[in-house]
Design a protein around this ligand. Structure first.
Ligand code: ADP
Ligand code: ADP
Length: 228
């Protein structure tokens, strides 16, 4: 569960990126986070992952209090979150299988658990047959799915994706959203930062719109009403 209450965030240069932001995301929800470039979306994600801290207000993420979290607790917070970054951040000299397995090794999973889990998530994201490829041998959409498999492999409670359809054509973008819907139906909370107006409108999920560091609207079955 994510609870953000009257949270503000100010960067070192004095830029007030968030101003008294309030929203709550329950377990099992599917939420789009939208807004113009510079509105504060990335800062919200950084706050949820404890890369930055609120200067006021309260931010709770899966029972961790971000304003008070200790450095040594941050890895445990992050295990509850699967983050898919815009640039994927895959390891270039490792295969698809190894990129995903590596995330499990990093938290000390057993060989047996890895052998059970990795094929399951690769199947889920539609990468069976690509296990032995390296990232350069994959299309952008496939690399994206490796990043999703890696984010999912440790069974996080929430998956967060930053502009996941950024480099994909409309058809691939639609497939990707259908994949996130499937992941959501399997019980993972989904939070997607996006500019893809058509997709947001098509899916009719909850939409939180950020404007100049504030929540401009928060609607279920919402539409992307922001005009570029
Ligand atoms: P979005 O993700 O919606 O494009 P950001 O969260 O990246 O927006 O940015 C929100 C505001 O914070 C912008 O005014 C941006 O210039 C500022 N900002 C973002 N990152 C930094 C930083 N590292 N230092 C100073 N200001 C920043
Ligand atoms: P270990 O568990 O000691 O790594 P394995 O026999 O399971 O040994 O695997 C040997 C190598 O092949 C490992 O690097 C493993 O991650 C990789 N591997 C295992 N299963 C698959 C698979 N289905 N596809 C691709 N690589 C795999």
């Amino acid at each position: 569960m994510i609870s953000v209450k009257e949270a503000s965030m100010v960067y070192d240069n004095g830029c007030r990126a968030l101003n008294k932001v309030t929203f709550r995301i329950e377990e099992g929800e599917f939420v789009f986070l939208v807004g113009a470039s510079g509105s504060g979306k990335s800062t919200i994600i950084k706050m949820l992952t404890a890369e930055v801290r609120p200067v006021e207000g309260r931010v709770l993420v899966n029972n961790f209090n971000i304003g008070k979290i200790k450095k040594r607790e941050i890895p445990y917070l992050r295990r509850t979150l699967g983050v898919v970054y815009q640039d994927f951040r895959l390891i270039e000299n490792k295969t698809v299988y190894e990129n995903v397995a590596f995330a499990m090794r990093a938290i000390g999973a057993s060989g047996k658990a890895i052998k059970n889990r990795v094929p399951y998530v690769l199947e889920l994201v539609g990468l069976i047959g690509k296990e032995d490829c390296r990232p350069v041998e994959l299309s952008g959409g496939e690399q994206q799915r490796v990043a999703i498999a890696r984010a999912l492999v440790n069974n996080p409670r929430v998956i967060i994706a930053d502009e996941p359809t950024g480099n994909l054509d409309p058809e691939r973008s639609l497939e990707l959203m259908v994949l996130f819907e499937k992941i959501n139906e399997l019980g993972t909370t989904v939070l997607i930062v996006t500019h893809a107006k058509e997709l947001v409108d098509q899916f009719g999920k909850r939409v939180i719109m950020i404007n100049k560091g504030e929540v401009a609207s928060d609607q279920t079955g919402g539409y992307y009403t922001y005009e570029e």
